[in-house]
Design a protein around this ligand. Structure first.
Ligand code: 5GP
Length: 185
């Protein structure tokens, strides 16, 4: 049996990653989303073991020490990491696994030599990103500027990825990713 494909997707906060990936998964129910561990507080939409495994900082650090993560990073003051076992089991059983991780984590994975399709979802421009962050109304203006600043650095890393998909229309971006996955097999 062929091994599954590891699909790594990153993109700045507000770019619409979640919506694009939801569309992709609706059309490709065979793609297995990896479940990360994190130290951030659960939000209303979160379910333990479904959206994340919620850990204390001390539990998370023990997992790091035991080598349980494929990659991990600190994002906005919290730890996030990809538990290795679940991902490898699914890949070995021939299923494609989707990692939605931040840019630092993706760069670490590349450096570790992990093979896969590395995809960066980019906004049309920083101005469009700023408008989207304002539009969703969940962040104060200073937090919006912080995220736009972070996005400037993230966008500078985009050429290290195998593919850059610009999210103009959700449907088109999801189709583009679907084609990338087909090509990568
Ligand atoms: P949120 O707190 O909004 O769920 O996620 C914040 C950021 O952490 C997003 O950019 C998300 O892609 C990233 N993230 C989620 N899980 C992981 C992970 O396992 N590793 C890394 N490096 N980033 C992650």
């Amino acid at each position: 049996m062929n091994k599954g494909l590891l699909i790594i997707v990153s993109g700045p906060s507000g770019v619409g990653k979640g919506t694009v990936l939801k569309e992709l998964r609706a059309k490709n129910p065979n793609i297995v989303p990896s479940i990360s561990a994190t130290t951030r507080e659960p939000r209303n939409e979160d379910t333990e073991g479904v959206t994340y495994f919620f850990k204390t900082e001390s539990e998370f650090k023990k997992m790091i020490d035991r080598g349980e993560f494929m990659e991990w990073a600190i994002f906005s003051g919290n730890y996030y990491g990809t538990p290795r076992e679940y991902v490898e089991k699914n890949l070995n059983e021939g299923r494609d696994v989707l990692l939605e991780i931040d840019v630092q984590g993706a760069l670490k994975l590349m450096e570790s030599g992990a093979e896969g399709a590395y995809i960066f979802i980019a906004p049309e421009s920083l101005d469009v990103l700023r408008q989207r962050l304002r539009g969703r109304g969940t962040e104060a203006e200073d937090e919006i500027e912080r995220r736009v600043k972070a996005a400037e650095w993230e966008l500078k890393q985009k050429d290290k990825y195998d593919y850059v998909v610009v999210n103009r229309v959700v449907r088109d971006a999801a189709d583009e990713i679907e084609n990338i996955i087909k090509q990568s097999k």
